[in-house]
Design a protein around this ligand. Structure first.
Ligand SMILES: Nc1ncnc2c1ncn2[C@@H]1O[C@H](COP(=O)(O)OP(=O)(O)O)[C@@H](O)[C@H]1O
Ligand SMILES: CC(=O)OP(=O)(O)O
Ligand SMILES: [Mg+2]
Length: 395
């Protein structure tokens, strides 16, 4: 039996799922969190059991080696040759990659060269490709790009109003991210609406540690909140989202801890968002506890977070001239019902009404009231399945 592995490397995490294809049967899956920090959490699920270890994992290369060792140790596979295809999530494909692509040394090099477009993601993803190539040289590697789904955006949406030379010579524009997720949940939402996706207008909210919102018209992305890199758009766990660019030279000039633009961008990527405002954590569960305890910084962080999501939904209701549905997905979107309530409260003028009881359940659910003009769904995302399907197509 041959198997396909889907690898989703984030800045500090690695998620994987091993499938039997084309049956789409999940054989095993795992998650490694806090890569590069102390006490990384290494979890594997196989055969109804969950295995968890806490140890220090310094980088993605080590994480990949440990995943492969674990697969043999737990008898998930007998020989590495059973894995015949490996799909890698890649955040930035720039204007170079408009669809999933088979890996060659040249393609991997191009993905590394695209690192300025996703500095927290592309380097880690390329490290994973090298690590798998070393142990499984015969498996077909495929890159599946977050940006691919957004290549349908019209030019008026993806261009920045700056002199043309920056686009013409440097390709400075909006690329977006989380495309496989926005595509997957918009297609699932169309099924729930009982309409062909070509006839739908859907706003998809992927709210995880990184977060983005997309306006999907007829199954195609027409605008999205993330920008040139995944720092753009809404407030996130550790990222600021958009702000007036004049803030940058001002804080560099006045904060002795920031010596240059790179330092300032690192601060906006890693020390801002929920973490920066709450001064507690980037994790929504800690913000929830802080709010309950009456911590004013946690309350402000939460209110700002919901405010930014709400404003993008407002923008995209305008871009789409109304919507059939709004979808919440990813770690926070799927699990934090209080966030969904915070966002949807006050949108009743648009005909958006929440069913508070339905909002308290998990899994795929319609959470809007029966008389809501716009339906609201929670739909668990499955980026790994989209990746495995693309490997199957290109193998
Ligand atoms: N039960 C939960 N309640 C609230 N938030 C949660 C829950 N589980 C996970 N999260 C949030 O989801 C985030 C991770 O989401 P995920 O989509 O996996 O992000 P990423 O792919 O960026 O790592 C965590 O940082 C945490 O804030
Ligand atoms: C692009 C991005 O932010 O990805 P993630 O949410 O997986 O960190
Ligand atoms: Mg993610």
């Amino acid at each position: 039996m041959t198997k396909t592995l889907a690898v989703n490397a984030g800045s500090s995490s690695l998620k994987w799922q091993l499938y039997e294809m084309p049956e789409e049967k999940v054989v095993a899956k795992g998650l490694i969190e806090r890569i590069g920090l102390k006490d990384s959490i290494f979890t594997t699920k196989f055969d109804g059991e969950k295995y968890e270890q806490i140890l220090d994992i310094v980088n993605h290369t080590q994480a990949v080696k440990m995943v492969l060792e674990d697969m043999q140790r737990l008898n998930i596979i007998k020989e590495f040759s059973e894995i015949t295809g490996i799909g890698h999530r890649v955040v930035a494909g720039g204007e170079l990659f408009k669809e999933s692509t088979r890996l060659t040394p040249e393609v991997v090099k191009q993905i590394e060269e695209l690192s300025p477009y996703a500095p927290l993601h592309n380097p880690a993803e390329a490290d994973c490709m090298h690590a798998f190539e070393e142990v499984l040289p015969d498996a077909v590697g495929v890159a599946v790009f977050d940006t691919a789904f957004h290549t349908t955006m019209p030019e008026k949406a993806y261009r920045y109003p700056v002199p043309n030379k920056y686009y013409d010579e440097l390709k400075v524009r909006k690329y977006g991210a989380h495309g496989t997720s926005h595509m997957f949940v918009s297609q699932e939402a169309a099924k729930l609406l009982g309409k062909p996706v070509e006839e739908t207008k859907i706003i998809t909210c992927h709210i995880g540690n990184g977060a983005s919102i997309t306006a999907v018209k007829g199954g195609k992305s027409v605008d999205t909140s993330m920008g040139f890199t995944p720092l753009g758009g809404i407030m996130m766990g550790t990222r600021s989202g958009e702000l007036d660019p004049s803030v940058l030279p001002f804080i560099i000039a006045n904060d002795p801890e920031l010596k240059d633009a790179q330092d300032a961008i690192d601060m906006l990527n890693k020390k801002s968002g929920l973490a920066g405002i709450s001064e507690i954590s980037s994790d929504m569960r800690d913000i929830r506890d802080g709010r309950k305890a009456g911590n004013p910084k946690a309350i402000l962080a939460f209110d700002m977070y919901c405010d930014r999501i709400q404003k993008y939904i407002g923008q995209y209701l305008a871009v789409l001239n109304g919507a059939d549905a709004i979808v919440f997905t990813a770690g926070i979107g799927e699990n934090a019902e209080y966030m969904r309530e915070g966002v949807l409260d006050g949108l009743d003028w648009f005909g958006i009404k929440l069913d508070k009881e339905a909002n308290n359940t998990y899994g795929t659910t319609e959470i809007s009231a029966a008389d809501s003009r716009v339906k609201v769904f929670v739909i668990p995302t499955d980026e790994e399945l989209v990746i495995a399907r693309d490997v199957e197509l290109l193998k």
